[in-house]
Design a protein around this ligand. Structure first.
Ligand SMILES: Cc1ncc(COP(=O)(O)O)c(C=O)c1O
Length: 419
């Protein structure tokens, strides 16, 4: 794509030293950010600075380092709260990742509130992390799982959703951006209808928080979960957002230090929010990194990131759609790239996704193949896996061009072998 303007990628590329390397002698093209994003020097420097200057355990200490560590840890919570426009900082609970955040809600709110015959609505496109915990809770409580399927256009079937909602619905837990289809789901409408039935709603925002501006107050979700490692922070940190009044009613998840007010031999009085849910020494450095990642993303601007990624999405989709015998899954974006996020899963007739990924890796291009932890939606399409190219704001149009070129060569190579 010919453009004279400097794109976001042009501006930030050198912030990501990992991208400046060769793999098998070829410049790395990293198209696997949906699995985990790369980290800018800004975040790595903050992490290093924290460990070189400020580290001690949080909350318990009187000494200066402990105070500094506490400030850094709690300061990051403020940043996350602001990033998603939470009303109160206590509404942000640190977890190891999004999976842990969903399990937290399932094992606390779920066990406390669900009973036999209650219904939980999920969708076919959920990540395993938003299916398995609910299966476990359904087995324990007798609650029933119902799944929303896809329309012919491979979008969230809203009509089916409406027909599944009933007075028995107690919970709706839905992905904001599918990590297989790339679709951006109409979460505001989904939430509104669920609330009309008195049901609570959890939004899996793992693939949206890194890419779109998130406003939990406007969205009106009851909980929202995300993973730091997909949004420029390190692994080992994620968060649960929950409306304060709901979190207050929920029992603790894990017991231990940090989450108590007082401990007696026969009982304990639990701490206030959000500490009630953060037992033991937390991932302090990782929280600091998450705060730094939020600063970094905010500094670029989430609207700008989203708009640039829409351009990448439209460009990638258009190029992929021209390849013969290649099926792209999920909603067709508008010409401007609206409707889906910057990840695209596809299959090429008679060629296994693993073979494509292996051949592309030889050319320095990192894509993912397999079921992407979304086996039900793959089964729905009657496929065992797919190839997935997932982009972030540090990717360029030139990388897409190179990817398409190598993909086409690979397809041609396999096609001649088959013939
Ligand atoms: C949509 C979605 N939900 C949940 C998860 C789980 O995230 P984590 O493994 O960081 O807990 C992922 C990770 O790929 C995801 O894409």
């Amino acid at each position: 794509m010919l453009t004279t303007e400097k794109t976001i990628a042009d501006q930030v590329r050198t912030d990501f030293p990992i991208l400046n390397q060769k793999i098998h002698g070829k410049p790395l093209i990293y198209f696997d950010s949906a699995a985990s994003s790369q980290k800018p020097t800004f975040v790595l420097d903050k992490l290093r600075h924290y460990y070189e200057h400020d580290h001690a355990n949080v909350h318990r200490g009187i000494h200066t380092l402990s105070n500094r560590a506490t400030e850094a840890y709690e300061g990051a919570r403020d940043k996350v709260a602001e990033f998603i426009n939470a009303r109160f900082r206590e509404e942000i609970v640190y977890t190891r990742n999004a999976s842990e955040a969903i399990n937290l809600v399932a094992y606390t709110w779920g066990l406390q509130n669900l009973k036999e015959g209650d219904e939980i609505i999920l969708s076919m496109m959920e990540h395993h992390s938003n299916i398995v915990p609910w299966q476990m809770i359904a087995q324990k409580t007798g609650a029933i799982l119902k799944y929303v399927g896809l329309t012919e256009e491979e979008t969230f079937n809203f009509e089916e959703y409406k027909s599944l909602l009933s007075d028995q619905t107690k919970l709706v837990s839905i992905v904001h951006v599918s990590n297989m289809l790339g679709n951006i789901n109409p979460v505001e409408d989904i939430i509104k209808l669920a609330h009309e039935k008195g049901a609570k709603v959890l939004i899996d925002a793992c693939q949206s928080t890194p890419h779109l501006p998130i406003n939990v107050q406007e969205m009106d979700c009851d909980w929202l979960v995300a993973s730091g490692h997909k949004m420029c922070a390190t692994t080992g940190i994620g968060f649960l957002y929950g409306k304060k009044e709901i979190l207050e009613e929920m029992p603790p998840f894990l017991g231990g230090g940090e989450m108590i007010e007082e401990v007696f031999l026969d009982h304990s009085i639990y701490g206030e929010l959000p500490h009630k849910f953060e037992a033991g020494t937390p991932a302090i450095g990782e929280a600091v990194a998450l705060g730094a990642a939020v600063d970094y993303l905010t500094n670029i601007g989430m609207n700008k990131i989203h708009q640039y990624e829409e351009q990448l999405t439209a460009y990638l989709y258009e190029k992929l759609a021209k390849i013969e015998n290649l099926k792209i899954y999920g909603i067709k974006p508008t010409k401007e790239g609206k409707g889906r996020s910057s990840l695209t899963s596809f299959n090429v007739k008679n060629i296994h996704g693993n073979d494509l990924a292996t051949m592309l890796d030889q050319e320095g291009i990192a894509i993912r193949s397999g079921h992407h932890c979304t086996q039900p939606i793959h089964r729905y399409f009657n496929i065992s896996g797919s190839a997935r190219a997932s982009l972030y704001f540090y990717n360029t149009f030139a990388e897409i061009d190179r990817f398409i070129e190598v993909l086409q060569e690979t397809i041609d190579f396999f096609t001649t072998m088959i013939e």
